[in-house]
Design a protein around this ligand. Structure first.
Ligand SMILES: [Zn+2]
Length: 347
């Protein structure tokens, strides 16, 4: 069984597109939410280059372990794109096959799901997180995510992961299911992590697995999410993407197929100002402590938590916590039989 599955898209309900209104930045709900991340499994984030030494967890200039805000933002955006729903911003529709040449999948994606490119018609994900085309930022978005700084690092021994990459990249993200895109790829949480006793290499010496030093389950991080000019619907969607449901967890970082990266995100506090009422009395900032914030989130996120659709049901099943999925033995025997790189050797 694969360590991932696809969250299907309800093709009958395309993204609702709305114009970007400049005064969004002045009106609406502005605020900052402080959040706590607790690793449920070992977790690993790095920008170390490949070498024979175990890769180290990312550290900032003060020597603190951290998770980049951009990684967290990407994770939140993909939840928003899934449940919003949003456009398929990463979909370019063309893949180079190893044996059957380039394929154009553009026609497999219904037009009303394609990437937003008109500021008068933006999907919920682009309205919240902005539009980036290559290196060019067309619109910043109205949600900012800071780096998550580690407040308690539980050490873990270096590990050799299982083989993480799929040999056929064009199958990586967008499998076709009966000639339609199968959906968005999400990794299951796993009860145990999967490791090997050393490097796996091809006969030519190409490394197929990773050697890394994760932080262990129980490690904690704090980070802030800021937002401006949101309406109630947008804040509901953001809060759902952040805190999901009681028996769901996010997955972030490296080695997801090996069972790493399951995290719990909890609210700590929020400060919010409602600028829709700034000309009225009492438009000052409201401060929510953890209890008050939990009640507020329960109220705001209920629209998604109570929603049943093929999309929501699949997301709940794949990101269910605690997991049903025991551990991954991926790639399996069949992979080695089909793959020209086999046989591999353990060194
Ligand atoms: Zn969009």
């Amino acid at each position: 069984m694969n360590p991932y599955d696809f969250v299907p898209v309800d093709w009958e309900h395309p993204p609702v597109l709305r114009p970007l209104v400049e005064h969004h930045n002045l009106n609406g709900l502005h605020g900052t939410i402080e959040c706590k991340i607790t690793a449920e499994t070992p977790i690993f984030i790095s920008n170390d280059p490949d070498s024979n030494k175990p890769k180290k967890f990312l550290q900032n200039s003060q020597g603190e372990y951290f998770i980049q805000g951009s990684s967290l933002k990407g994770m939140l955006r993909s939840v928003v794109e899934t449940v919003g729903p949003g456009c398929w911003v990463l979909f370019d529709g063309t893949y180079k096959g190893e044996d059957d040449g380039e394929k154009d999948y553009n026609r497999k994606l219904p037009r009303n799901f394609s990437k937003c490119d008109n500021p008068d018609k933006l999907c919920p994900a682009c309205l919240l997180f902005g539009i980036v085309n290559g290196d060019k930022v067309h619109y910043q978005g109205r949600v900012g995510v800071d780096d998550a700084i580690c407040t308690n690092a539980v050490p873990h021994e270096p590990i050799y992961t299982i083989i993480l990459s799929n040999p056929k990249p064009r199958h990586e993200i967008w499998y076709l299911d009966h000639d339609k895109l199968a959906g968005r790829k999400y990794y299951f949480h796993q009860q145990e992590i999967s490791t090997l006793s050393g490097w796996k290499t091809t006969r030519e010496g190409k490394k197929l697995n990773q050697y890394l030093t994760p932080l262990n389950g129980g490690s904690t991080f704090l980070f802030k999410v800021s937002f401006k000019g949101l309406d109630n619907e947008e804040l509901s969607l953001l809060l759902y993407a952040l805190f999901l449901e009681e028996n769901m967890r996010h997955k972030i970082g490296y080695a997801k197929p090996a069972g790493l990266g399951s995290v719990k995100i909890e609210p700590v506090s929020m400060k919010m100002t409602d600028f829709r009422s700034r000309y009225k009395v009492g438009a000052e900032s409201q401060v929510f402590d953890a209890n008050k914030l939990t009640d507020y989130i329960n109220e705001m996120a209920a629209v998604y938590r109570n929603k049943n659709s093929i999309t929501m049901e699949a997301l709940r099943r794949i990101w269910r916590w605690p997991p049903d999925y025991q551990r991954c033995s991926y790639p399996d025997r069949e992979w080695f039989d089909k793959n020209s790189m086999a046989p591999i050797s353990e060194t």
